[in-house]
Write a new protein. Structure first.
Length: 387
């Protein structure tokens, strides 16, 4: 009996020693991987959970801590997304979303200004027009609400109904009832201008944008386009693979994108020899970011395509979404990128061939999709350079 007791005790102590060894090993591994600062964060969280006497929302505390952590890097391109924001971002980047099918901005007079109405959407079927102002949603006045607060009222579940109170450009009021539905947002528009130049507006570089640009180029070539102008104004960028697919279709053989990881590993993307031989030009402004800015720089570097417009953002880091256990994500700068020739745009932006500044009314008309080619001085300058 005594022997069995001794053996059981011995086995328990051995197991306890093994567990302690594993724990110490795990802590050391975390220390090596995460560094000493991570333990300060854990200790702070433990102190809040065990000692703080006030009421608090644990999710809000964690969200604030994660947001502050990313902000502490000083990188303007990195940010934290809550679970709701991350889900919305993923949906938006698919160029497909549930809503009524409009793009809006805050109007100086209060409410939301409709910038664009997407085809085959509830808004399009109901006759909503770019330039109209949304003043109320389901009877709630939008006066004094932020863009996020106002758009939250418009968003909702597929199949649900909402009522919009609109003010037309000439001042008349009307009320429209719409049913929310899934909307496919085309990221590319194109047309043949009066002088035979093809115009292609790219809104973003997210899902399906490369295929849509290729379709636009092919259609304009069939119509007899003699040159192409790409409008990258107010384009916030998107996916690298969509960008490089478009560049590959437009540019001759050669390096078109260089990226470098944290460890210094460089990856080079090359274009093949198949490409359009038409003269090219790009329009940019202060809201031309990331892939859109790079697009203009690479066309200029590869084939001398002139860039017309205003100073761009000067971005040179690529971001990757890092999903977190709470459903949120860190949108974190994880790579540096340069043109095929090795030029970084950080702090400088693109090199303009012609600087043309839009005035306030022209910028507003551009944002609302109401600036005609004839009244667009940036587009007219690009056409002049192509001639």
């Amino acid at each position: 009996m005594e022997k069995r007791t001794y053996t059981a005790r011995h086995m328990f102590l051995a197991a306890l020693g093994g567990a302690m060894t594993a724990l110490v090993t795990g802590v050391l591994a975390l220390w090596i991987i995460l560094g000493p600062h991570a333990f300060s964060l854990l200790e702070a969280w433990g102190a809040i959970r065990t000692s703080f006497v006030g009421e608090y929302d644990p999710e809000q505390v964690v969200d604030s801590a994660l947001s502050g952590m990313v902000a502490g890097t000083g990188d303007r391109w990195s940010y934290y997304l809550t679970a709701e924001e991350y889900a919305a971002q993923n949906e938006r980047r698919e160029n497909s979303f549930v809503g009524v099918g409009i793009s809006v901005t805050v109007d100086e007079g209060g409410g939301l200004l409709i910038r664009e109405v997407y085809e085959d959407s509830p808004a399009h079927e109901a006759g909503l027009l770019a330039g109209e102002r949304i003043v109320a949603v389901d009877g709630r006045d939008l006066e004094g609400l932020s863009l996020e607060e106002s758009t939250d009222l418009i968003q909702g579940e597929e199949g649900t109904v909402l009522t919009l109170t609109l003010q037309e450009e000439r001042g008349a009021w009307r009320t429209v009832e719409l049913r929310r539905a899934r909307v496919e947002n085309r990221s590319v528009e194109h047309s043949l201008l009066a002088d035979g130049v093809g115009y292609i507006r790219v809104k973003n570089f997210y899902t399906h944008s490369a295929d849509q640009v290729k379709e636009a180029v092919k259609d304009l070539e069939k119509q007899g386009a003699t040159a192409l102008v790409f409008d990258m104004r107010n384009n916030g960028g998107g996916y690298v693979d969509e960008l490089t697919k478009i560049l590959d279709a437009l540019l001759p053989e050669g390096a078109i994108f260089r990226s470098e990881s944290k460890l210094g590993r460089e990856t080079v993307t090359n274009s093949d020899g198949e490409h359009t031989g038409l003269p090219l030009a790009t329009l940019v402004n202060g809201d031309t970011y990331s892939a859109a800015e790079f697009f203009a720089a690479q066309l200029q570097e590869s084939v001398g395509a002139p860039i017309v417009g205003e100073e761009t953002s000067g971005k040179g880091y690529s971001q990757q979404a890092v999903p977190l256990p709470n459903g949120g994500a860190l949108n974190l700068s994880t790579g540096r990128y340069r043109t095929g020739g090795g030029v970084s745009l950080i702090g400088t932006g693109v090199t303009l061939d012609a600087e043309v500044i839009l005035d306030g009314s022209q910028s507003a008309a551009l944002a609302a999709g109401l600036l005609s080619p004839e009244e667009d001085p940036q587009l007219q300058k690009a056409l002049e350079l192509l001639r």
